[in-house]
Design a protein around this ligand. Sequence first.
Ligand SMILES: [Zn+2]
Length: 235
Amino acid sequence: MSFYGGYYSYTSVADKQRKAQKYIQKMKKSGIVLHPIEENSKPGSTWWGKAWNQNMTRYADLENRVSRGHSYVRNGFVLDMTIEKGVVKALVAGSSSTPYSVKVLFDVLTESELRKVNEICGQRIDSLEDLIFGRFPKDLGESFLDLLFPSPSAIHFSCSCPDSAYMCKHIAAVIYGIGVRLDEDPLLLFSLRGIDSATLIRSSLESRTKTLLANASKPSDRILDQSEVSKLFGL
Ligand SMILES: [Zn+2]
């Protein structure tokens, strides 16, 4: 059975956009702030957005469905999306006058996995900048990313639409939209998996400070010792 097998009346893109606009105006009047995924957004402008796309292609089954989410994001149908610890909540425009409510739950990391991520970030990654730009030591690569990016069994979906398919187009749009959000703020992936950004930044800074201090204590030919200073001034 096709997900789009003609069970529901067809609503054109323009119709959905009209309904979406009406809803956005209504929320504005009620003072509710929405966090939409901008129209025509495409994940992949940064290392993390690209990695998110790639992660999805690891699971062929999921990837085919996620690609359908692209047109929804392109049309600006993801009207609201927030990412918190273990959960992505979103409102996606569809054929109904009220947007569908989508939830994507992510298993958070176990205590030992969390320790491992913090250790790696503190000891193997030189700075927060390196983390944000995806500059990892080569040997770290996959095992680190396997920890961070969820396996298919660690993701759980729900949508309020009448389509009971495991992954409807609204959920696909949200999965696709997560990549766009990661381009804007890669640390969201850490929050999503239950990793506290503040702890992460602290361990990264502590490690950076240690490296700086270690380098500072090394003898350097640019620093003259006392006897050389004396010689220089003829003392
Ligand atoms: Zn749906």
